[in-house]
Design a protein around this ligand. Sequence first.
Ligand code: ASN
Ligand code: ZN
Length: 317
Amino acid sequence: ATGTAPDVLGRPARVNIGRLPDGTYQLVDLTRPATVTTYDAAGREEMDFNRTLPADVHPAASATTDFPAATGTSGATDAHLNAAAVHDFYRDRLGRDGIDGKAGPITSVVNVTSNGAPMENAYWDGQKMIYGGGSGKYRPFSAARDVAGHEMTHGVVEHTAELVNLGQSGALDEAVADYFGNAIEVTSRGIPMTDPRAALLGEDLCRTGTPEACAGRRLDDRRTTVADYIGAPAGADNGGVHLNSTIVSGALWDIRRTLDPLLADRLVYRALAEYMTPLDDFVDARNAVLAAGRALGLDRAQLRTVAGAFDAHGIKD
Ligand code: ASN
Ligand code: ZN
C-alpha cells in the first residue's frame, strides 16, 4: 500500500506502507526484496535499543493512510524515504542487494534520546540505524540523506571489508561512509559536484545558520593531509576516527570530482568489497583503490589521477 506522510518540514510525501490485520498502517516498505522498516522510539533512551528492539516499540503507525504530523516531526518519514533511497543507490549503481548484500532487513529507529537529553547524533549499531530526534539546534538526524547514507554504509562495510573501528582502519571506515553518504545524496537528489554543498556532510541538519557552519565534516578541505594526522589518545574517538577520516575521504572525493562520478563510485565500492581488509591503514587503502582501478580497466591517465589524489593528501606508497 502507499500512503501520505509529512516529512520533517511538514511537506506531504508519498510513502510505501504495510497494512496490519486490524486495519491500521505502518512504515513498512515491502516493495523490494529487502524490507525497509522505520520504528519510532518516541524519545526512549538509546541504551534500550542496544542490539534488540524493545517489545513495546513499534514501526511508526497510523489509523489511516494519511499519517499524522508526528510521523514527520519524529524524523520517521525522512528515515523511511532515505533508507529506500540509499538501498536503491546501492542496487542500481553498484548491484548490491541491501546492506548485507542478501536482501536482509533495513531497519531504522528514530527519535532516540541519550541520558535524558536529545541525542545529537546517529549511528549504525551493528544491525540497524539509530537516529537522534533532534534538539533546539538540530533537526532529527534521519532528515539528512548523507547522514543516512553514512550510517547505512557502516553496515555495508561490516558486511564487506569489516574495517576495525580504531585508528587508521577506523578513519578509513569513516571516510568510506562519508564518501558514499555524500555520493548518495548528490546522485539521488541531482546535486552537481560543483555545488559547494556537495562535499558537506550533514549540512541540512541545523535549524539556523549556514550549511558550512552546520556540516560535521567537509570532504573538499585542501588542508587535510597525513601531516595533519591527529594521534588522539586511545579511547578518544577510537583514536580520532572522525578527526582523521578527511585525509582519506578528501582523496576519494577528489577522485570523484576528477573522474566520472559513476566510475569513481564503482571504484571505491570495488576497493571496499574486494581489496580492503579489516586492519588496513591509509596506504593500504590507496593500494586497494589502485588495484580496483586496474581490475575495472582504468587507463593510465585515470590511474595517475587516482594516485595523484592520494599523493595530494600525503598518502604515498
Ligand atoms: N555519527 C557517528 C558515526 O556514524 C556516530 C559515532 O560517533 N559513532 O560515525
Ligand atoms: Zn561513521
